[in-house]
Design a protein. Structure first.
Length: 406
C-alpha cells in the first residue's frame, strides 16, 4: 500500500473501525476521506480501462446480433456503434482530462451499464426472431461487468442493478413474446442473478475496506515507531540520532549548492539548582515548557529543534546566517524569560544562556558548527548568563549572511 497522508487519523480511531466490522461500508468522515483519496486514482484508471474493454466487447456482440436478431441487425449496428460507442468514448476521454469526483465516476459507470442493457432489449421488443429468449440473457453479462468487473461501490451497484433489471423485465414483458410461465422463469432467473451479484459487490467492497484499514493501521504504527526513534520522549523534541540524520541530509544537499547554516545551542541556567530545590518532576515540567518556547519560535523560522543532552537544546537553522540566527536566539531567550517559570534556587525566574555559530555547508562541517556554538554558549555563561553570544570566523559569518540574504 503506498504511503498516504494520515495527520488527522489516530490508531485508536482505526481500531474502532476494525472492531465495528465495517458492515455499513462507510467509515468515519476522516478515514472515509483518506480512503476515497487513496483509491481515487487507481479506480479512475481501472474504470477507464474497463470502459474501453466493455466498448470493444459490446461491439463484438454484433456477431450475436447477426445470428440471433437478424431482422434488427441494421438497427443494432446503429445502437452499438452509433450510440453506445460514442457515449463510452466520451466518458473515457472526459474522465481522463477532467478527473471527475468519485460520485460522478460511479454515476457515469452506472449510466453506461443502463444504456448497455436498454439498447438491445428495446430493439428485441420489435424483433420477430425465434431466438429472443436466449438473446436477452446477454443482459446478465452487462450487469456483471458493470458492477463486479468495474467494481462499482455497493450503493451504486444496487442502484444500477435495480435500474437494469427494471428495463430488462419491462421490455421483455412489453414485447409479449413469452407466455406467463416463461416470463416468470425469466423474472426468477434475473432476480436471483441480481441478488447474487449484489452480494458479490458487497463482499468485494467490504474486503477492500477491511484490507485498507489493516494496511492503514500498519502504516500508522510504523510511523509511530519511526517517530519515537527520532524524538525525545520527555520534551517531544528531536533527539541526537535524528540530528545526525538531518545534518547528513543538509550537508549532502549542499555539495551541489552551498548554503548558510546556523546552529543555536541553549542551556538552562542553574538547572541543577532548580532540580535540587523543586524536584525532578518540576524539572521535567520546566524542560517541557522551555522546549515548547524554543520549538515554536524555531518552527516559525523553518528551524529544527533537538534535545542535545540534559538541559541543553540545539536548534538547526538551514539557510540562516549569523545575523538571523542571533535575532532568533534573542527571541528564544526572551520567550523563556517571559514564561516566568519560578526558580527558587536563585531567587528569580528560569533563564537560558545561548551560543550561536554560523558557517557555509559543506565548507564547514556540522561538528565544527556545534563546537563553535558550544564555545559561544560557555562564553555567554562566563559573561553573566541569560544572554546570547556568537562564535564564528568573521569571514565565514559574513559569507553566511550573504548566502542567507540571497
Amino acid at each position: 500500500m503506498p504511503r498516504v497522508e494520515t495527520q488527522a487519523i489516530s490508531v485508536e480511531e482505526i481500531e474502532r473501525e476494525i472492531a465495528s466490522g465495517s458492515r455499513r461500508l462507510v467509515f468515519s468522515p476522516s478515514i472515509e476521506a483518506v480512503f476515497e483519496n487513496y483509491s481515487a486514482r487507481p479506480r479512475l484508471h481501472m474504470m477507464m480501462t474497463a470502459g474501453v474493454v466493455a466498448m470493444i466487447l459490446y461491439d463484438l456482440f454484433l456477431i450475436v446480433d447477426f445470428v440471433t436478431l437478424n431482422d434488427m441487425f441494421h438497427v443494432m449496428i446503429f445502437l452499438r456503434i452509433g450510440i453506445f460507442t460514442p457515449i463510452v468514448l466520451s466518458m473515457v476521454v472526459t474522465s481522463y482530462y477532467f478527473k471527475p469526483s468519485a460520485f460522478i465516476l460511479e454515476s457515469l459507470t452506472l449510466a453506461a451499464g443502463f444504456v448497455a442493457v436498454a439498447l438491445p432489449t428495446i430493439a428485441m421488443m420489435f424483433s420477430e426472431s425465434s431466438y429472443r429468449l436466449n438473446y436477452q440473457y446477454g443482459s446478465l453479462l452487462v450487469m456483471m461487468f458493470s458492477t463486479i468487473v468495474s467494481r462499482l461501490r455497493f450503493r451504486f451497484a444496487v442502484a444500477g442493478l435495480v435500474s437494469m433489471l427494471s428495463i430488462q423485465l419491462a421490455t421483455t414483458y412489453i414485447s409479449g413474446a413469452f407466455d406467463a410461465e416463461t416470463y416468470l422463469g425469466i423474472v426468477m432467473f434475473f432476480a436471483t442473478a441480481c441478488v447474487l451479484i449484489t452480494l458479490t459487490t458487497y463482499y468485494l467492497e467490504h474486503g477492500e475496506r477491511r484490507s485498507f484499514l489493516f494496511a492503514l493501521r500498519g502504516q500508522l504504527l510504523r510511523e509511530q515507531i519511526e517517530a519515537s526513534a527520532r524524538t525525545d520522549p520527555l520534551t517531544g523534541l528531536f533527539n541526537r540520532r535524528h540530528l545526525a540524520e538531518t545534518g547528513d541530509g543538509i550537508w549532502q544537499d549542499a555539495v551541489d549548492l552551498p548554503r548558510a547554516v546556523s546552529v543555536i545551542l541553549l542551556d538552562i541556567d542553574h538547572f541543577k539548582a532548580f532540580n535540587d530545590s523543586q524536584g525532578h518532576i518540576a524539572g521535567d515540567s520546566c524542560l517541557r515548557t522551555v522546549s515548547r518556547c524554543i520549538s515554536e519560535i524555531a518552527e516559525e523560522r523553518h528551524g529544527l529543534t533537538f534535545r542535545f543532552g540534559g538541559e541543553e537544546m540545539l536548534v538547526l537553522l538551514p539557510g540562516a546566517g549569523v545575523a538571523e540566527a542571533m535575532v532568533t536566539a534573542e527571541f528564544m531567550r526572551r520567550g523563556i524569560e517571559n514564561a516566568a517559570i519560578p526558580h527558587p534556587g536563585v531567587g528569580g525566574f528560569v533563564t537560558a544562556s545561548i551560543g550561536v555559530a554560523s558557517g557555509i555547508a559543506p565548507e564547514t562541517d556540522i561538528a565544527s558548527l556545534i563546537a563553535a556554538a558550544d564555545h559561544a554558549l560557555y562564553a555567554a555563561k562566563h559573561a553573566g548568563r541569560n544572554r546570547v553570544m556568537a562564535e564564528a570566523v568573521r569571514a565565514a559569518a559574513e559569507e553566511a549572511d550573504v548566502l542567507a540574504a540571497a
